[in-house]
Design a protein around this ligand. Sequence first.
Ligand code: MN
Length: 334
Amino acid sequence: MSNTEQAPTEQTVCTAGTAVTTEPDIELLQPREVPLGGPRAMLVRRALPNRDRRMVGAWCFADSYGPTDIAGRAGMQVPPHPHTGLQTVTWLVQGEVWHQDSVGSRQLVGPGQLPLMTAGHGIAHSEQSPPEHSSSLFGAQLWVALPERYRDVAPAFEFHDALPRQEQRDGSVTVLAGAIDGAAAPATTYSPLVGASLTIDTNGELTVPLEPDFEHAVLAQSPGLSVAGAQIPVGAMLYLGRGRSDVTIASETGGQALLLGGEPFTEDLVMWWNFVGRTHDEIVESRAGWETERDSSIAHRRFGAVDGYRGATLPAPRLPNARLKARGRYHPHH
Ligand code: MN
């Protein structure tokens, strides 16, 4: 998935007062609806980065979408675009995505399968609904920021279709990253974090053990979900803070949620378009690199070509006039 906003607003900086206030223990993060790009663009619900809260652990981007009827339509069509300094996780509940990238991966992804792409120093990829696809597309795209010492690792792609899964009376917990109750996911990660997919029956509830040193959040992919009586609208995320040893998620109508958590990420980041960096100049360099190489055949490529893709790559948006500033994981506006 790509951040295709032509004027990304993540860098709107409030200069009136930078005093750090006490963080809320519990906070409902409403999503923004964002078109994924292209004609008749698919809308996604973006919960992270949120206005004040940029991250949960190292999770720095959370889009959810569907269930969307794409019968007879193109569905998801994201041309080749670059990434740096992050990992991407695609998680489908329904439908398929055809993934291709510049390290040579060509992978059809279906429900319950975990493609994990590590951008590191730089990668390019495309994501498309295949020509023959299911009528419904329902899923999420998540990004994980890489910490300083790993952010320039070589780009890589891994694919996991056997994930730890814990059955409970009212549903199941599938571990996407990190570990829950000693069951560790095979995904390569670079900071202490956890990600899990929750499937909950109608009028059911799931209790998931948590690492108290982590902060956590629950992203609702279906209506009727709540934590301790607090309803979570579809696409929204309920931030739960730290210090919890478990969380119980209830469902009125049956549905899906994502649990995300990790050690609070202490490094300030510049997130712009599809790049995660540390400074304005670094983002300028990444953008210029992509614009120079994206539809050319120059020998030295930072991002590389998505060889199997037919069609034009995605151009980078214009940089804002102001310099991009590194921001912390929590940045309350006044
Ligand atoms: Mn992407």
